[in-house]
Write a protein that binds this ligand. Structure first.
Ligand SMILES: Nc1ncnc2c1ncn2[C@@H]1O[C@H](COP(=O)(O)OP(=O)(O)OP(=O)(O)O)[C@@H](O)[C@H]1O
Length: 495
């Protein structure tokens, strides 16, 4: 069901997209009689969750910018179980969507990049680092006016270190080597990310192509060895300066803007130049088409904890890279799946049920009201190459909801086939078994405390341990009935 009005002021017309934090809706502001975009961000009743913190951060970071190349944030509204970020509506497409049609001509890429650089230079002048510049965060109108959006994980000088909901939703493909190593974000990281974005726009793939194993990808990024773009045209020089592994040697964002404006003036070769779709790597979010019957209850899995701490010594580099990788993986993997698993939010499964059959569980006599804990051993070495297989192991068929979730984490990280079989078919369809197993292959040990949550959900406080380092988060896990037992049908971070 779609919301009809938000805060008695914004009449909802339709859904225009979905991101890592929820849906985005086209609305009419009846007070000022203008269209706006409202981004729904999940909020637990009575709690200031990391999502709220993220929305407030986005509002605070971008609202004062008031720049033609930055999406303006107008308001943050708390209503019922949700918060809404009300912002300027930008008709058009994301750069990721444009790139899906084919590679961009260098002149056009320079023109879009110059505008984004203008917006980011203004942010940098205010001491704000965006941290998540990528094609899906660049909105482009039909006449090629570009605006950078989503300051949700931006950092302003003096901010407390983010411990939750930091980092990116989906892909580290645009991370600088320094960010991949877990160092403090700086404006130079945005310069790299914009360079990587322009590289992908003209080349058809990002400098470090997407891999199912994000940890391996982060390790590769830390090398900083970018393969020279094959046909960058006039962008060759700027790309070299933006993608310099040494952040001190990179251009500032203002220098980038100047150079790109100059190229755009000199090479007005607009349009795409080939029908080579950019790999899905650059379209990291399933961007939905307008839907006349949107379902606002749907929420994407929220970001996972990010390792924190002021230490940025090189000697800590590999460990922090691992932790950052782990955070990314947790972020995209949720219960261990792949990219941006959707939470169906209603606790019901799709018709047809899971591919696996059902069998008994040992947990039928456990009380659903008792918080329990389980811990499992070291990681298996499961192959990550099987992208399509359905696991043969049967799902438990009976038992309490909390016990089912406990059992789920009880089989992990070692028996990913059994874990996979405990996910609903709908949930499985949002990732691949290869990604799922690949994620759990990076985890040495997982332990969980479970407790009943409203609506038949289960709150699981999960601790993942890798290489002696641990990360803990709480996920609200939705379960769907499957015969006498359950299957996991969705989840979201709640703490
Ligand atoms: N201000 C806006 N005007 C018009 N469409 C928008 C606007 N903001 C977002 N959208 C659309 O909604 C989609 C989702 O946006 P959103 O910012 O939630 O996701 P994201 O940036 O891709 O992901 P994340 O929030 O995890 O970084 C975008 O891809 C775009 O299609």
């Amino acid at each position: 069901m779609s919301p009809e009005t938000i805060a008695g002021r914004y009449e909802v017309e339709r859904e225009v997209g979905r991101g890592g934090m929820g849906s985005v809706w086209l609305c009419r502001d009846v007070v000022l009689s203008r269209v706006v975009a409202a981004k729904q961000v999940g909020l637990m009743p009575g709690e200031a969750t990391p999502d709220l913190a993220r929305a407030m951060r986005e509002a605070r970071s971008s609202a004062p910018l008031n720049h033609p190349n930055v999406v303006s944030v107008y308001d943050v509204i708390e209503e019922g179980d949700h918060i809404w970020l009300v912002m300027e509506y930008v008709p058009g497409r994301t750069l990721a969507q444009i790139m899906a049609d084919g590679r961009l001509a260098p002149g056009r890429a320079a023109g879009l990049g110059a505008q984004v650089a203008d917006g980011l230079a203004a942010a940098h002048a205010r001491g704000t680092v965006h941290r998540d510049v990528k094609p899906s965060n660049i909105l482009v109108t039909d006449d090629d006016h570009a605006k950078i959006s989503d300051f949700g994980i931006s950092r302003t000088t003096g901010d407390a270190v983010l411990t939750h909901s930091g980092l990116v939703s989906g892909t580290p493909a645009y991370f600088s080597p320094q960010l991949a190593r877990g160092l403090e974000p700086t404006p130079a990281d945005d310069v790299w990310a914009l360079g990587a974005t322009l590289y992908a726009a003209v080349e058809g793939r990002p400098p470090f192509p997407e891999q199912a194993n994000h940890l391996a990808m982060l390790t590769e990024i830390t090398s900083g060895e970018v393969r020279a773009a094959e046909d960058p045209g006039a962008l060759a020089g700027p790309l070299q300066r933006m993608l310099d592994p040494d952040p001190d040697a990179r251009w500032s964002m203002s220098e980038v803007a100047q150079a790109l404006h100059r190229i755009h003036r000199d090479h007005d070769d607009s349009g795409t130049r080939a029908s080579v779709p950019v790999a899905a790597a650059t379209s990291v979010l399933p961007e939905s088409a307008p839907d006349p019957t949107p379902t606002p209850q749907e929420a994407y899995v929220a970001p996972a904890p990010v390792p924190s701490g002021p230490d940025s010594q090189d000697s800590q580099g590999s460990r922090r890279a691992l932790l950052v990788g782990l955070a990314v993986l947790l972020l995209v993997a949720a219960l261990g799946g792949g990219y941006l698993l959707l939470n169906d939010g209603n606790g019901s499964d799709t018709a047809g049920g899971p591919t696996a059959g059902s069998s008994g569980t040992t947990s039928a006599d456990r009380s659903p009201d008792t918080s329990t804990r389980t811990s499992t051993g070291t990681s298996s070495s499961l192959s990550q190459s099987d992208e399509t297989s359905s696991a043969p192991s049967p799902a438990p068929a009976s038992g309490s909801r909390t016990a089912f979730v406990e059992d789920y984490y009880g089989v992990l990280p070692d028996d990913t086939e059994a874990g996979w079989s405990m996910l609903s078919r709908d949930y499985q369809s949002r990732t691949s078994y290869g990604d799922y197993a690949g994620f759990w292959d990076t985890i040495d040990e997982v332990s969980v405390d479970v407790a009943p949550a409203p609506g038949g959900a289960v709150d699981a406080t999960i601790t993942y341990t890798t290489d002696g380092s641990s990360q803990t988060e709480t996920r609200r896990i939705e379960l769907a009935r499957d015969g006498d037992g359950y299957l996991i049908s969705g989840d979201q971070v709640v703490g």
